[in-house]
Design a protein around this ligand. Structure first.
Ligand code: ATP
Ligand code: MG
Ligand code: MG
Ligand code: MG
Length: 439
């Protein structure tokens, strides 16, 4: 992509409405635009990152055996009346009436709809386990939408729903998602800690919020410091191994970790003082085992091996990609801008042509751009006729992990500079070596 053609509406001034750094940087870097309160457009730079986040979420869901579907954003009120949640959900639900005066709503979540899909087709335990997920926009009329896409009214969610015959099987499905979440957040460059979460009226100890530690987080959290260094389950994890996944779960829940709603002061105080971590956090994911909460009222049953009908055991598992983008920025930035982890960077490399119009520099920059693009890299080529300082500032602001800097003096010797955005380290090397290193 040539920067001269790329729609990148960078802001020079710090936007006044932005209270936290990620919101400021997303606006300054031209990633998002607010359309109305808590409702955003994603501009090209932002869309690239959002897509990369979704790709990783999707890969790990698929690895764990979940299957992708796509349910609509609009739902009928009837489904929610069946489950009993239509009246309970309250003002967060955006209720709409269509031209036939039919009560509709913009889905804040999809338990009812997926249960309806399930009950329409699945009749036997032989078709279980089943886990269906989608990545779809949700709407919640938040009381206080704020911090840009961190807490917006319209937001993207990956929500998965598992169906099993027995509670035991459902716990295995839960452990699959638990493990997939550890891997997902790690691949996004985040350290997310699973914390015991409130299960509400359903009870049981099977709900975890995945929280990343950040000063600007809205939740108050308490946990054992060792979580910061726990190992992440490997690529080779066998998701069919019941014991294997249970031991991952046991390890990651062996130490104290809770949000303020679930906080047990006595248990926390029992941790040696130096190991106690009391901090603020951002909820980036939430998983839930809720048994027959929806299958019972909605009549989602399967025939078991005993020939009898059983209400299916369910769980649901949410991740917020549009919240993860600012969460990653909160965790990774400096005074000059964003520092993307390579896994979600909008571009892998930016080639900075320091003297557009100089035949040798143009040729060398163009060659690097082409070679890296041909090697399958996402390359941004800063071919604008701009001051070097402005180019450096843009490259730093948008946080591309590697910068290749081509200027007349270096190119005269066949050399460019390679700068690492995270460390700030710069090395001079030949054009060929730079291509080889990055390709
Ligand atoms: P919160 O406590 O922040 O209001 P929640 O507990 O209501 O979130 P869940 O119903 O657990 O959210 O939804 C699953 C995930 O969806 C959350 O963990 C979060 O990543 C994302 N999410 C929820 N609400 C929002 C929002 N308003 N804006 C962006 N992402 C959201
Ligand atoms: Mg909420
Ligand atoms: Mg919450
Ligand atoms: Mg939650």
């Amino acid at each position: 992509m040539r920067l001269s053609r790329f729609f990148l509406p960078i802001l020079k001034e710090n936007p006044k409405e932005a209270e936290i750094v990620s919101h400021r940087l997303m606006l300054r870097a031209g990633m998002i635009r607010q359309q109305s309160q808590g409702i955003y457009s994603w501009l090209p730079l932002g869309k690239r990152v959002l897509d990369k986040v979704c790709d990783i979420v999707r890969e790990e869901q698929n690895r764990a055996g979940a299957q992708e579907i796509l349910m609509p954003t609009l739902q009928t009120a009837e489904l929610w009346q069946e489950s009993g949640r239509y009246n309970d959900y309250g003002e967060e639900m955006l209720r709409i009436t269509d031209r036939n005066k039919r009560a509709m709503l913009y889905g804040p979540t999809n338990e009812e709809m997926v249960t309806d899909i399930f009950r329409s087709y699945v009749k036997s335990y032989k078709d279980l386990p089943l886990n269906l997920y989608h990545i779809q926009w949700k709407f919640r009329d938040e009381r206080r939408p704020r911090f840009g896409t961190m807490r917006s009214r319209e937001f993207l969610m990956k929500d998965a729903y598992s169906f099993d015959l027995t509670k035991e099987d459902a716990i295995h499905s839960y452990n699959k998602m638990f493990t997939a979440y550890l891997r997902t957040f790690d691949r996004l460059g985040l350290r997310a800690i699973p914390m015991r979460a409130d299960t509400g009226p359903i009870g049981g100890n099977h709900s975890h919020e995945f929280i990343i530690l950040a000063e600007t987080g809205e939740s108050e959290v308490f946990c054992h410091r060792d979580f910061v260094n726990f190992d992440i389950p490997a690529d080779s994890t066998d998701f069919d191994s019941v014991d294997g996944l249970q031991s991952i779960f046991d390890k990651w829940t062996s130490l104290y970790a809770a949000t303020s709603e679930m906080h047990d002061e006595a248990a926390f105080d029992a941790i040696p003082e130096g190991d106690r971590l009391s901090a603020r956090g951002i909820e980036v994911g939430h998983i839930f085992y809720f048994g027959t909460k929806y299958s019972a009222p909605m009549g989602a049953k399967v025939q078991g091996p005993d020939g009898k009908e059983h209400e299916v055991q369910m769980g649901s598992y949410g991740i917020g990609p549009s919240r993860l983008v600012p969460a990653i920025i909160e965790a990774s930035h400096d005074e000059n801008g964003i520092i993307w982890p390579e896994s979600v960077a909008p571009f892998d490399v930016v080639v900075i042509n320091m003297k557009v119009g100089d035949a040798a520099v143009d040729a060398a920059s163009g060659r690097i751009y082409e070679a890296l693009s041909n090697a399958g890299k996402d390359v941004l080529y800063d071919d604008r006729d701009e001051r070097a300082g402005a180019k450096f500032a843009t490259a730093d602001l948008i946080g591309v992990p590697w910068q290749v800097i081509a200027g007349p003096r270096g190119i005269a010797n066949g050399e460019v500079e390679l700068k690492n955005r995270r460390t700030g380290e710069r090395v001079t090397l030949s054009v060929e070596a730079a291509i080889n290193k990055l390709a």
